[in-house]
Design a protein around this ligand. Structure first.
Ligand SMILES: Cc1cc2nc3c(=O)[nH]c(=O)nc-3n(C[C@H](O)[C@H](O)[C@H](O)COP(=O)(O)OP(=O)(O)OC[C@H]3O[C@@H](n4cnc5c(N)ncnc54)[C@H](O)[C@@H]3O)c2cc1C
Length: 526
């Protein structure tokens, strides 16, 4: 096998699949795409859990149960009040987390990207990101200046007849207390309640590998090496020259003119630190030789913490046990009272309940109630990722550190109470009996509610920010606005880890947009 390439890309997830596709459009450049997980080369060979976004073919909660080789399962601290570790799944397969995710396809608020630009990263204003959002999608519902019709990823919203009964109650309930309806959560001016966009068509998940890589796999200049873990970036004289790869317990080296790390918000800082790039003190403590002191590596761990409210159901409410209807279809995006950040909260319906599985407990009967999920979409707080050992096979320590900030708790309390208010109104009275979690006593007392939130907060699976982009003035930034790692030549990062903040959207589409933009920076010599 060839050992020298123009570009090596580490990780073939939402970002890596796109970067490999775009860079290989230039037939004079050779590309090696290295992925730790399995490669299912076409749609037919995909296991059902990857093929379908929802439906009877899916194994129940497969992505969080132990023993599946197609995903990594990390353990993390969420809050001090939660004693069990929180489980963090990520896709470990060609397609990465885009192959296992829940397919909500949101762009975020224009202010997310404008704030990156205001901090000196002028390439990232919403105006400059919009063409990439448009390029990615084929929106089956909307056209016009803000939507694409020709992109590889199909996106649509569920119609009312495809929704569960509680989703209809959710829509009516939030409108009845004054929230405006919205048909399109991806319209830059939108706010309010309406059907969420999904990259699922005919129940099939439109993952990044299927939609980008599969149609161009025959390109002669693109090599894909699966089941191969990059354990180190090879750096000589402050320049990345290649990677050390372990496959079947055998280590081999591959060399490149430029290396692009797309290993995700856990994999990318992990690999940087294993290669000697990170906080000097911490690397010393772990016994890794320092190559470049970058204190921000692994810091600024961002996410959207969420809590699950559950109600008992009336006998007249019949769950869709065939799962032919999706359990989550509708959402409310709104601005918390007194907040300066537009659409900083998201609440969505959930027809079934599965609150404790995130903490390793057996999921009780998911059909025993009806839920709503309240998510903080722009948290002030952040956590961190550190190494446990200088060993690529030992997972890093993850501390999500939720709810250290009173302002985060305040907005969450308001969200929980808002959900309860709607759960008590006429639209829900036909289907629910009474609130189970949290109790009315907890809801009515700030202190008790804070405690309940901290005990139950869990991930929305949107880990990001652990190698944030920023100018050299920001000593905690890890890459510049072109994704180039500060202080090391020929090394970039392009994935969810470079977001300075977790955008007000589920992170798959924003990560794909990042990948489209960084591919262009590379091709244009920026
Ligand atoms: C269960 C779940 C549900 C989610 N639901 C949604 C949703 O509904 N909507 C949404 O927008 N987002 C959702 N997300 C989040 C979204 O999918 C991710 O933010 C996005 O896929 C991240 O893309 P990425 O390219 O940064 O990383 P990933 O897609 O995770 O890709 C990283 C890839 O790198 C590989 N890798 C890592 N380390 C190495 C190494 N050292 N060597 C070789 N390969 C390596 C991994 O195996 C993986 O394939 C969900 C995520 C999960 C896990």
């Amino acid at each position: 096998m060839k050992t020298h390439y123009d570009y090596i890309i580490v990780g073939s997830g939402s970002a890596g699949s796109i970067i490999a596709t775009r860079l290989s459009e230039n037939s004079t450049k050779s590309i090696l795409l290295i992925e730790a997980g399995e490669d299912y080369r076409d749609f037919n060979s995909l296991p059902n859990d990857f093929k379908y976004g929802f439906g009877p073919e899916l194994t129940n909660d497969w992505w969080i149960k132990s023993g599946n080789k197609n995903r990594s399962l990390f353990v993390a601290n969420s809050t001090e009040e939660q004693k069990s570790p929180m489980l963090i799944p990520r896709g470990k397969v060609v397609g990465g987390s885009s192959a296992v995710n829940a397919q909500i396809f949101l762009r975020g608020d224009p202010d997310d990207y404008n704030s990156w630009a205001e901090n000196g990263n002028y390439e990232w204003s919403f105006e400059k990101c919009l063409p990439e959002f448009i390029k990615i999608e084929n929106d089956l519902d909307f056209a016009g200046d803000f939507h694409g019709k020709k992109g590889p990823i199909q996106v649509r919203r569920h119609t009312k007849d495809e929704m569960t009964q509680d989703a209809i109650a959710f829509d009516e309930g939030f409108q009845s207390i004054g929230f405006p309806p919205t048909k399109d959560h991806n319209d830059p001016d939108s706010t309010g309640v309406g059907p969420l966009p999904f990259n699922t068509v005919n129940r099939i998940r439109q993952n990044a590998a299927m939609c980008y890589l599969n149609p161009i796999r025959s390109r002669k200049n693109l090599h894909l090496k699966s089941n191969s873990l990059v354990q180190k970036i090879i750096i000589k004289d402050s320049k990345a020259i290649g990677v050390e790869v372990i496959q079947n317990q055998k280590v081999s080296n591959f060399y490149s003119e430029e290396t692009i790390i797309c290993a995700g918000a856990i994999g990318s800082p992990h690999l940087l630190m294993l290669s000697g790039i990170g906080p000097a003190e911490h690397l010393k403590e772990i016994g890794i030789n320092l190559i470049n002191h970058l204190p921000g590596v692994g810091k600024n761990l961002r996410d959207h913490p969420q809590v699950n409210l559950t109600w008992g159901k009336k006998d007249s409410y019949i769950h869709e046990k065939q799962s032919l209807k999706r359990g989550v279809t509708i959402g409310l995006r709104y601005t918390a009272t007194g907040s300066n950040s537009n659409n900083d909260m998201l609440i969505h319906n959930t027809a079934t309940i599965f609150p404790s599985i995130y903490f390793g407990a057996h999921s009780k009967d998911k059909y025993s109630g009806i839920g709503m999920i309240v998510c903080l979409y722009l948290a002030l707080g952040s956590g961190e990722l550190k190494l446990r050992a200088p060993n690529p096979l030992i997972q890093p320590l993850l501390n999500y550190n939720y709810f250290q900030e009173e302002e985060d708790l305040r907005r969450m309390r308001e969200g929980v109470r808002l959900a309860l208010q709607v759960g008590e109104n006429a639209s829900y009275s036909k289907i629910i009996s009474s609130i189970i979690k949290p109790s009315l006593q907890q809801i009515n007392d700030d202190k008790l509610l804070n405690h309940w939130i901290k005990q139950n907060a869990r991930t929305s699976h949107h880990i990001s920010g652990t190698c944030k982009l920023g100018t050299e003035k920001d000593s905690m930034s890890v890459v510049n606005q072109y994704g180039k790692v500060h202080g090391i030549k020929n090394l970039r990062i392009a994935d969810a880890s470079i977001m300075p903040d977790c955008v007000r959207a589920n992170t798959n589409l924003p990560t794909m947009m990042i990948a489209e933009k960084i591919s262009q920076f590379i091709s244009n010599g920026k």
